[in-house]
Write a protein that binds this ligand. Structure first.
Ligand code: NAG
Ligand code: NAG
Ligand code: NAG
Ligand code: NAG
Ligand code: NAG
Length: 357
């Protein structure tokens, strides 16, 4: 009995390094509430301190010169809830660096120099609700980087250089409600990118270079309320892309895209206006970029002209067919009898050709 208690005692002290036993405030930091709140911001630290108080729940290490986060960096801080590493020079985060921070709710790594996150980045971060990676150098979101973030609610990836989201990169985040991907280098939104985010409410995609949005990309986003696609490279839109959104009340903004104003575009917007669960909030501000003669015009002001050319063509075609039919009937009347079958066939051949055109 005593022996086993002794073993537990020894084991405990062997497994938890001495630094975790610290209960006084680290030098150069300011502490509050019995060191539960530790503020080491602007402390001129070039590495993560080894004497952090073990009871810390809130740790602010922002505005220092930290360059890397190692697996041992936060050893022993089992109660940590908020970790702020914003505005450092971090370019390397080891796999499993946050593995023992099982209570962590918020992690802020914004304004650093991260260009790659390893496979094990999210190990142990199952409690995390908010992750901020804004203003880094990320270019590709890999399939495994975020795979343990089951409870994440907010993900901020704003202002990176992201050009590609691997199909399963975001797929574990079924609780995610806000996703900021604005100010990146995305050129296309493929089917796998956001489709598994079934709790998503806000999707920010503004200020990318998106020119292709595959129909069906948004189809499983049943809770979506706001979609910002402004200042991208969209010149056309497919009706199906928005028809398929299953949410019941979505506000979409599309300003600042180089719209190609033709009859197709007018038809798409005409049909979108009839979907009552979809609101194109800035439709009245959208401008044509092409064709050249319409450049800069508000779509709402030229919309009625866009299909006018096609209406005339359709009218001419209809008239031609009508005249042919009438002529055929008159000719048929004149040559009743054995000529009837031949005229009837010719007349229908003409109509078939028209339907296909
Ligand atoms: C930490 O201290 C700095 C001043 O050095 C202050 O600007 C910052 O707001 C503090 N952090 C928090 C979260 O209170
Ligand atoms: C910051 O730390 C560096 C060494 O890491 C030192 O040379 C410098 O004087 C320190 N600056 C301040 C303001 O403490
Ligand atoms: C981050 O990306 C910018 C733009 O591509 C580049 O100028 C800068 O050197 C990069 N920094 C790092 C640390 O990779
Ligand atoms: C915008 O898309 C067009 C094709 O529609 C492409 O030629 C052009 O390079 C794209 N521009 C940017 C900035 O991505
Ligand atoms: C969409 O993004 C643009 C560009 O960043 C911003 O100005 C606008 O306020 C946003 N609109 C909404 C409704 O979020």
């Amino acid at each position: 009995m005593i022996a086993s208690a002794f073993c537990v005692f020894v084991l405990h002290h062997a497994l938890v390094p001495p630094s975790s036993a610290v209960s006084s405030c680290s030098q150069g930091c300011r502490c509050l509430l019995d060191t539960r709140y530790v503020n080491c911001s602007s402390g001129n630290f070039s590495a993560i301190l080894t004497d952090l108080p073990s009871g810390a729940e809130f740790l602010d290490l922002s505005r220092n010169h930290v360059t890397e986060v190692l697996p041992v960096s936060f050893w022993g801080l089992l109660g940590l809830k908020v970790l702020v590493l914003k505005d450092n020079m971090i370019s390397f985060v080891a796999d499993g660096a946050f593995a023992n921070l099982q209570s962590l709710h918020k992690l802020d790594l914004s304004q650093n120099r991260l260009s790659v996150l390893g496979d094990g980045f999210s190990v142990g971060l199952g409690s995390l609700r908010e992750l901020v990676l804004a203003h880094n150098n990320l270019t590709i979101l890999e399939s495994t980087t975020f795979e343990n973030l089951d409870n994440l609610v907010k993900l901020d990836l704003r202002a990176n250089f992201i050009r590609y989201i691997k199909p399963r990169a975001l797929s574990s985040m079924t609780a995610l409600r806000q996703l900021c991907l604005n100010e990146n280098h995305l050129t296309a939104l493929g089917l796998g990118a956001v489709s598994s985010l079934r709790s998503l409410e806000v999707l920010k995609l503004q200020r990318n270079h998106i020119s292709v949005v595959e129909p069906g990309v948004f189809s499983s986003l049943c809770h979506l309320t706001a979609l910002n696609l402004t200042f991208n490279n969209l010149s056309r839109l497919e009706f199906k892309t928005f028809l398929s959104i299953c949410a019941s009340n979505v506000h979409v903004v599309l300003e600042g895209n180089p719209w190609y104003c033709d009859c197709d575009l007018q038809r798409v917007f005409g049909k979108l206006a009839n979907i009552h669960r979809l609101f194109l909030d800035d439709y009245h501000r959208l401008r044509c970029s092409k064709p050249a003669e319409l450049q800069g015009s508000l779509i709402v002001e030229v919309a009625h002209e866009l299909c006018a050319g096609e209406t005339v063509t359709v009218l001419i075609l209809t008239c031609t067919v009508l005249i042919t039919v009438v002529a055929a009937i008159i000719m048929g009347d004149k040559n009743k009898g054995h000529r009837f079958d031949k005229d009837w066939t010719e007349e229908h051949a003409g109509l078939d050709a028209y339907c296909e055109s």
